[in-house]
Design a binder for this molecule. Structure first.
Ligand code: FAD
Length: 594
């Protein structure tokens, strides 16, 4: 194993340095990896590893590219995925593209089908007030993370720009799709509304309501002779996963309950479809005035959405939109060359580069998972194919798995007993305990730092999510839905299938048979943040303590709100819960995912 512990600051990557794919650096950018993780690495022989020393003032734009650099990456990528100019569309009339969680041009089949089936297309986005409502059981604000709303605003601005580059525009209206789209369809005589299909009940309900309201729209007959009036129809298209729903080797009601069975089955029996290429010009827009429906509308500001941006308190800031998504793929795979070590770094918690950070763009559909797949394959051909390159796909299959399970188990993923309808577990809804978890005041630095990160940035690492989930469920004994709904409120990458899928899994009510998913805080701290670098980034009061005490600060930190179920958080010197811990030892982590 080569551990090059060169000055991490001088080697620190490339803020706003940029390599288009055609100018890939021949020497890989050094990879920054915590020493503890490096020690756990199995497969690092050729990788230079530097120990990061993040300045406490450091914060990061993700990606770390300027606007011009992001545009250049997007232009280059979209050019690679362009159809030849002579590709003809074969139908007539007007089609509407209803953008939902698919805010991209590349590999957007709804957009492509609309283009193919019409002479003119009208792209529409509805700012649905239900997006800004409250969560189901506990009434937390849905877009409580102002950061998620800002991300959406970035996405819409970028989508509008990319559509305009291709001869279109984006009509933005405030209101419910089932109210807005029928009147637009009527005004333009649109024969079809194309959209991507969703899988959870709130979104499916909107699809049903829209189908019904479109049925009430009567369009003038296309053929005067037959004089049969027409109604516009809603055409739903699958496009949110790497594996296509129609290609699965089992029906959606027979999706295997165990991830490994699901993965092995799709890997051996399905092929991932290629990305849909797009014509260089998608115009024209339909003729006629938009006056009747109030014009093109504007990309809203936070103010117009009734939200205020609080001060950004460090950590990562994600830039929304397709250009940023494509730039992040470029940055992580090609520019910083981090894909080759992903499997070794992915369990870290601090900074932008230990994992791909694709999730916010995947959640808003700015990034197609099939594009991520094709880039992994290109990287494997041009640079290296190893466990790490495969592992990104392995994780993306988890995403597919939870999405397909949401079809199989429908609303039960949101219910207390989860997909397995587990009964008799003793959950409590103690608000004071919940608030200490929510606000990062539990007295356990690892929990508090993760919750502070979530509240400040709208993001938390996968490792952090598993730990705070385990703590809420197992140590606090709280109703897991409180945690899931708080994540729903805060996460920039919130996705109902992945969020509730992971929460039910962590709470032991998911369909996976391995139920005992306890994450021991002392063990996790020792393994993933041995120098207390992560906790002291988010909890400044710990910075004065020696490194080995940052996770176990005893009386130098706030009082612990509950004892740990399996062992004390401060094995050396905390007597706070002497005699209270449920059992000794912190090693009980049966069935934990790697
Ligand atoms: C309690 C809990 C709640 C979660 N809620 C969400 C959520 O609302 N939205 C969300 O996108 N992810 C969620 N995850 C999954 C995972 O934590 C994030 O996808 C990941 O941390 C995002 O960072 P990344 O893009 O750098 O991931 P990487 O490690 O780089 O992984 C690449 C991609 O694989 C997918 N992926 C990785 N791990 C998982 C996983 N466990 N489940 C599903 N997909 C995965 C994501 O799309 C991710 O972007 C949750 C996990 C837990 C434990």
């Amino acid at each position: 194993m080569t551990l090059s512990l060169s000055s991490p600051i001088s080697a620190f990557p490339l803020k706003r340095l940029f390599f288009p794919t055609s100018l890939k650096p021949s020497i890989p950018t050094p990879v920054f990896l915590s020493l503890s993780l490096a020690k756990h690495c199995l497969n690092m022989s050729s990788v230079p590893v530097s120990l990061p020393k993040y300045d406490f003032q450091t914060n990061w734009d993700v990606p770390q590219f300027s606007d011009d650099q992001m545009d250049a990456v997007a232009d280059e990528t979209l050019k690679r995925y362009s159809l030849s100019r002579d590709r003809k569309r074969n139908e007539s009339g007007v089609a509407i593209v209803w953008f939902r969680n698919d805010l991209r041009v590349l590999d957007n089949e709804a957009l492509f089908q609309a283009w193919k089936s019409s002479q003119a297309i009208l792209p529409v986005y509805c700012l649905d007030p239900r997006l800004f409502g409250t969560t189901h059981y506990f009434g937390f604000p849905k877009t409580g993370a102002v950061l998620r709303a800002q991300f959406l605003i970035d996405c819409l601005a970028n989508l509008k720009k990319n559509l305009m580059k291709r001869g279109l525009n984006l009509l933005i209206q405030h209101g419910k799709p089932e109210d807005i789209l029928p009147s637009i369809a009527k005004a333009f005589g649109a024969h079809t509304v194309y959209a991507h299909q969703e899988t959870c009940s709130e979104e499916i309900l909107v699809e049903k309501l829209l189908t019904n309201s479109l049925r009430r729209v009567v369009l003038p007959p296309v053929d005067i002779a037959t004089s049969i009036p027409k109604t516009p129809k809603l055409q739903l298209i699958w496009g949110s996963t790497m594996y296509h729903l129609d290609d699965l080797p089992f029906g959606s009601s027979n999706v295997p309950d165990v991830y490994t069975q699901f993965r092995k089955s799709v890997e051996s029996k399905c092929k991932i479809r290629g990305c849909i290429k797009i014509p260089p010009s998608l115009g024209p827009l339909p003729s006629g005035s938009l006056d009747e429906i109030g014009g093109w509308g504007c990309v809203p500001s936070l103010d117009q959405l009734g939200l205020n941006m609080e001060k950004h308190n460090g950590g990562m800031h994600f830039i929304g939109g397709e250009n940023a998504a494509l730039a992040r793929v470029n940055e992580y795979f090609w520019n910083k060359d981090l894909l080759r070590v992903y499997k070794e770094t992915r369990n870290a918690m601090l900074g932008p580069d230990y994992s791909t950070k694709f999730s916010p763009w995947l959640a808003f559909g700015c990034l197609s998972p099939r594009y991520a797949y094709e880039e992994v394959k290109r990287y494997e051909k041009e640079r290296v194919a190893n466990d790490s390159t495969y592992w990104v796909l392995f994780e993306l299959i988890w995403r597919d798995y939870f999405r397909f399970l949401s079809i199989k188990y429908a609303n039960s993923i949101f219910h207390l007993g989860g997909p397995r309808r587990v009964k008799g577990l003793n959950w409590n809804q103690d608000m004071a305990l919940f608030e200490s978890w929510r606000d990062g005041r539990t007295g356990y630095p690892l929990i508090d730092a993760n919750m502070k990160e979530l509240n400040s940035t709208g993001f938390m690492s996968n490792r952090g999510r598993q730990i705070v989930c385990s703590f809420l469920v197992r140590d606090m004994g709280l109703d897991w839905r409180m945690g899931a709904e708080w994540f729903e409120t805060c996460l920039v990458d919130y996705d109902p299938c992945s969020n509730y899928g992971n929460w039910t899994y962590g709470a032991g009510v998911g369909n996976d048979p391995r139920e005992d998913r306890y994450f021991s805080i002392p063990k996790q701290a020792q393994t993933y943040d041995p120098e207390g670098e992560y906790v002291s980034y988010w909890l400044p009061e710990l910075r004065v303590l020696p490194k080995e005490k940052r996770h176990f600060p005893g009386t130098s930190y706030i009082k612990q709100v509950v004892p740990l179920k399996f062992g004390n958080a401060n094995p050396r010197n905390s007597n706070q819960f002497k005699g209270q811990s449920h059992r000794g030892g912190f090693e009980r982590r049966k069935g934990q995912r790697s």
